[in-house]
Ligand binder design. Sequence first.
Ligand SMILES: Nc1ncnc2c1ncn2[C@@H]1O[C@H](COP(=O)(O)OP(=O)(O)OP(=O)(O)O)[C@@H](O)[C@H]1O
Ligand SMILES: [Mg+2]
Length: 363
Amino acid sequence: MILDALKQVRYPGNGKNIVELGMVNDDIRIDGRKVSFSLTFEKSTDPFIRSVVKNAEAAILTFIAPDIEIKGNISVVAKKTAPEKAETPKPLQGVKNIIGVSSGKGGVGKSTVAANLAVALTRLGYKVGVLDADIFGPSMPKMFGLEDEQLYMHEVDGKDMIIPAEAYGIKMLSIGFMVDKNKPVLWRGSMASNALNQLITQADWGELDYFVIDMPPGTSDIHLTLVQTLGLTGVVVVSTPQEVALADARKGIAMFTDPKVNVPVLGLVENMAWFTPLRHPEEKYYLFGKEGAKHLAEELNVELLGQIPLVEDIGVKADAGSPIALGDSQEGHAFLALAAKVNDAVTRRNETLPPTAKVKVRN
Ligand SMILES: Nc1ncnc2c1ncn2[C@@H]1O[C@H](COP(=O)(O)OP(=O)(O)OP(=O)(O)O)[C@@H](O)[C@H]1O
Ligand SMILES: [Mg+2]
């Protein structure tokens, strides 16, 4: 009976119930009107520990009897099926939060959002770095006006480290710097992973509040490599309101929430939410359908972090290497609002972690 009640409790990370997931231990005790049980979590840093235990207690009260005295215990045990492996130290030790910007479909404005989010976070007072990991179309050098940048190394603790390029106070490295831009290469899986790994581990990123990654579109091995080596704080998923883009965004979100990947989705950004002509800033034309990403966010129960209009200037400024978020136009402010929401989502997430795993965000 207790188990039936606990079957009503779903694990937010993947939506399956906690009994089915084998999280409920077989030490359930019923002693008169007292019930105790324990749940197993694989990681002490699991962000859902508190809410799952609370929900389990509530389910017993709701489905069994409202006057039961309950004790929900937690045991943190790596599941037996998990392979034992030595903990390798995570790279980017000086970085507080790592945010992946991802999209299901290409061309929806992922890089535009990543660049402007980085600029807006800087304007909010945070120290920011950007990694362009889009092996299919690195575009950060152009968006930050750093296309002709020459990279240098310097020595840190006896090791040669790449010095990230810098624009607008933001440190930036791109997979695009690793190749001659006149001779584009088609990255093979391992080659791309190695090059990215070098940009992450052999670069002097220093102390940062936010490390923003422009990920390749879709779902690929590169995503998994980044997720596994870096331990992302969360991802921001970009989509346009079109059906095709939304279908791919849904796939992207499913990949991140899969228990094997298990990266928190901080929320969705609806880009090109409507078109506003340059000379008629008050007008809105819903070229690609109205509020598609907003509805998807509601359906999947993820936050809608912002709606960015299709405005000529956003593209023009991106191409010119000075992201629109540097200025105080309406669109610039839309990106500042987006950055504030991302920062809120990260802060909330960090607060749900136990103190030892807490990652502090500078106020
Ligand atoms: N809100 C917007 N308003 C106007 N133009 C935009 C907007 N968002 C993106 N663009 C333009 O659309 C094009 C695609 O955007 P972007 O390169 O950011 O997309 P992407 O998802 O990173 O694409 P890719 O998959 O090729 O990396 C660019 O030319 C960009 O300037
Ligand atoms: Mg891009």
